[in-house]
Design a protein around this ligand. Structure first.
Ligand SMILES: *[C@@H]1O[C@H](CO)[C@@H](O)[C@H](O)[C@H]1NC(C)=O
Length: 242
């Protein structure tokens, strides 16, 4: 039986604020492939084939997803915070923390694991609302990963070939994204990747007590939280933020 599944692939990694990845809706057909291929791979594979595109499920309608009609005037989160971090207030950071988690909740709810949850893959629109993008590495649950993922600062350990990522791996990465949102630095930004990998593997995470959401961050890293909903519940909501 032909299984048709939806994927949204970003046409390219977002390299700088100036390069806007246009999300395109394509379908993967067949039930043999495990990891959603990138749009480039699909184009190559189906050079002479018309894609069948259906509007459901419409990822772009989900909260927290990048929408084609939106303009990422404020670029990606990483670049934005590196350039404007000092001008970013606590309330905005709280909003982003919540939106970062809500986007993952929406994705996981339709059984998509992002696998590359980093500040680079969140875009900011004109209202400074955070949207997740770049589904090039995404997979459906239960399928092994064939691509390198987000990097040692966003993973508990290196993924071996055949490793099957889960939604909780996205939540671990979310911990590192929240850390970046709160302090403008990646975890252990002063250490080499190898050293970070080693420390994370032995559950040695950077201190975050001094940061807003510090305990939420630790809870993502130490596996107390394994779902986006738990993170959302633990984060301060708009009404709590003064
Ligand atoms: C994980 O971190 C949270 C927040 O700091 C803490 O309350 C919890 O005890 C930790 N759990 C483990 C298993 O270390």
């Amino acid at each position: 039986m032909l299984v048709i599944k939806l994927l949204i692939a970003a046409s390219a990694m977002l390299c700088s604020a100036g390069e806007v990845p246009e999300l395109e809706e394509v379908y993967r057909s067949g039930d043999d492939g495990s990891v959603l291929p990138s749009l480039e791979q699909l184009r190559h594979q189906y050079r002479n084939t018309e894609f069948e595109v259906e509007p459901r499920p419409d990822l772009t309608g989900l909260s927290g997803m990048w929408k084609r009609s939106e303009n990422p005037v404020n670029g990606d989160l990483e670049t934005y915070l590196r350039c404007q971090g000092s001008a970013t207030d606590a309330k905005t950071r709280q909003k982003w923390a919540l939106q970062a988690a809500q986007a993952l909740k929406a994705l996981h709810a339709i059984d998509i694991i992002h696998q590359d949850v980093t500040p680079r893959n969140y875009l900011l629109n004109e209202n400074l609302d955070l949207r997740i993008c770049d589904f090039a590495h995404s997979s459906f649950p239960g399928h092994s990963s064939t691509t390198g993922a987000s990097g040692s600062r966003y993973q508990l350990c290196a993924w071996n070939k055949g490793y099957i990522p889960t939604a909780s791996d996205d939540i671990f990465s979310l911990g590192s994204v929240l850390y970046f949102i709160m302090c403008g630095e990646e975890p252990y930004s002063d250490l080499y990747e190898d050293e970070v990998e080693h420390r994370f593997a032995s559950s040695d995470f950077p201190a975050s007590d001094h940061l807003d959401c510090g305990t939420v961050i630790q809870s993502c890293w130490n596996r107390t939280f394994t779902t986006a909903e738990e993170v959302i519940q633990a984060l301060p909501h708009d009404k709590d933020v003064t």
